[in-house]
Design a protein. Structure first.
Length: 91
């Protein structure tokens, strides 16, 4: 991926990683994940939940945020808390 900045490549590759190491592709844990990756992970999950898919209806921002909160130790609790206003503002 020539020309892609290292922090952007990090987000693309690792946005399915979780703090507890249960994500993929590399099973990284908390200290191995940058704040950008942690933020992208939350955003990616939220987007997947609020978007209508052929196999599921779109969820409300409130419902999607609750699912994210319920993921507990998989996600950074401080970033999840900071994400709440965004979840309320989704259209």
């Amino acid at each position: 991926m020539d020309g892609l900045k290292p922090d952007m490549l990090d987000m693309v590759v690792h946005h399915h990683e979780y703090l507890d190491g249960s994500g993929y592709p590399h099973g990284l844990k908390a200290s191995e994940l940058s704040d950008l990756v942690r933020t992208m992970t939350i955003s990616d999950i939220f987007g997947a939940l609020i978007e209508k898919r052929s196999y599921k209806p779109a969820l409300s921002g409130e419902t999607a945020y609750q699912i994210i909160k319920d993921m507990g130790p998989k996600l950074d609790p401080d970033l999840v808390r900071e994400f709440q206003p965004i979840s309320r503002a989704h259209f």
